[in-house]
Design a protein around this ligand. Structure first.
Ligand SMILES: *Cc1c(COP(=O)(O)O)cnc(C)c1O
Length: 370
């Protein structure tokens, strides 16, 4: 049997990509906001339903510079520990202090009812994550941010193409970051973007991804280099043509998982959110050892014995990372801690065939008997 990994990168037909990159050979323009870069920017603005898109070399730099461009100058940022390392690192690398808010039991996003209790006179921003593509409580977050004058920067790395009440998910908050990493629903090999509406902010962001250069003679920002190159942009243009079909296939996989696993005692499935047009990015299950009989780790081992590779997304919590030297008290986010110890993300990609989904589910259900 072939190995089944947790994900498999989407790729266009090779001929389509070759056709797309031919003009790059003619122009010799490989990076620095070339033609493919501009075309992808426009197409994404349209597809994502947002005012402005700024492309980046990867999602992490997009988030890091999105924060930097807010000019927050120290202070506390309320965020979630139930996420990929990038979210917390982006805050800390900006000289800001993460303050961890617990997550909701039902969809694993930041619990908006717990935000106000964490606000101090040092709080400057909120960085929530649409984790697994589950949409945060955007209205409540917006209300709190207005009341206290806080910036909201969404980590929307998992939420590509999603809509909430028919509105592009990237249009919420002061800015939203998408990741176009190879493993995400839409990829540019490596890549990312920030979505925003404020043109002034966009200009700051643009300069920060190009060394802080204002013009040939003036460098007035301590910028980085985080530009997207033409080959990545060309990959994005190709993948964007197929992304709706890919999401439709992902939906079939998710529906099969749901059908097979929804009635298994001790297994909790990811929520289906009302008013959300989902991208079916991930399929996490939460395994309650007492009720199910075996632990999350044991289920993962049963799968890997069969050459099927799930992931413990998101374990460990970012507030327990070694690099943070016990600065944070993990007991302040007890729900996140509990979920992180029980969650397992199952293989999910457009071409995963439904027979394989059935086999994966059988192995999970049989794990009890072993
Ligand atoms: C993938 C991811 C990132 C980082 O994106 P890259 O493109 O890999 O740099 C940030 N946050 C979350 C939640 C992610 O899953």
């Amino acid at each position: 049997m072939d190995r089944i990994l947790v994900t498999k990168s989407s790729m266009p037909p090779i001929e389509e990509y070759i056709e797309e990159i031919k003009p790059i050979w003619d122009s010799h323009w490989l990076t620095n906001m070339g033609q493919k870069h501009e075309e992808l920017t426009e197409r994404l603005q349209d597809y994502l339903g947002v005012d402005c898109v700024s492309l980046f070399s990867n999602g992490h730099m997009a988030l890091e510079l999105a924060l930097q461009a807010m000019n927050l100058h120290g202070g506390e940022v309320i965020t979630t520990p139930f996420t990929f390392a990038s979210t917390t690192h982006a805050i800390v690398r900006n000289g800001l202090t993460p303050v961890f808010c617990d997550i909701r039991e039902d969809n694993y996003t930041m619990d908006a009812d717990k935000i106000e209790g964490l606000i101090t006179d040092r709080t400057v921003a909120i960085v929530p994550v649409h984790v697994y593509g589950n949409v945060c409580e955007v209205e409540k977050i917006e209300k709190i941010a207005k009341k206290y004058g806080l910036k909201v920067i969404y980590d929307a790395a998992h939420a590509f193409g999603e809509k909430y009440n028919d509105r592009g998910i990237g249009s919420f908050g002061d800015a939203s970051m998408f990741s176009f990493h190879a493993t995400k629903v839409f990829n540019t090999i490596e890549g990312g973007a920030v979505c925003f509406s404020d043109k002034e902010y966009g200009l700051k962001l643009f300069r920060l991804k190009n060394f802080g250069i204002r013009n040939e003679e003036v460098v007035d920002g301590v910028g980085a280099n985080a530009k997207m190159n033409e080959f990545s942009a060309a990959m994005g243009i190709c993948n964007l043509r197929h992304v709706d079909a890919e999401i439709a296939k992902r939906k079939k996989v998710v529906e099969r998982y749901r059908k097979n696993l929804q009635a298994v005692p001790g297994i909790t499935l990811n929520v289906e959110q009302e008013n959300v047009q989902s991208n079916y990015a991930y399929f996490p299950i939460v395994i309650d050892e007492k009720e199910f009989g075996v632990t999350r780790n044991e289920v993962g081992e049963c799968l890997s014995k069969e050459n099927i590779f799930s992931r413990k997304y998101f374990y460990p919590l970012t507030n327990t990372f070694e690099c943070y030297n016990n600065q944070f008290d993990v007991n302040e986010t007890p729900i996140a801690l509990r979920i992180s110890k029980r969650v397992l993300t199952l293989p999910l990609y457009a071409d995963l065939d439904l027979d394989s989904v059935d086999r994966i589910c059988d192995i999970i259900v049989d794990a009890k008997a072993e």
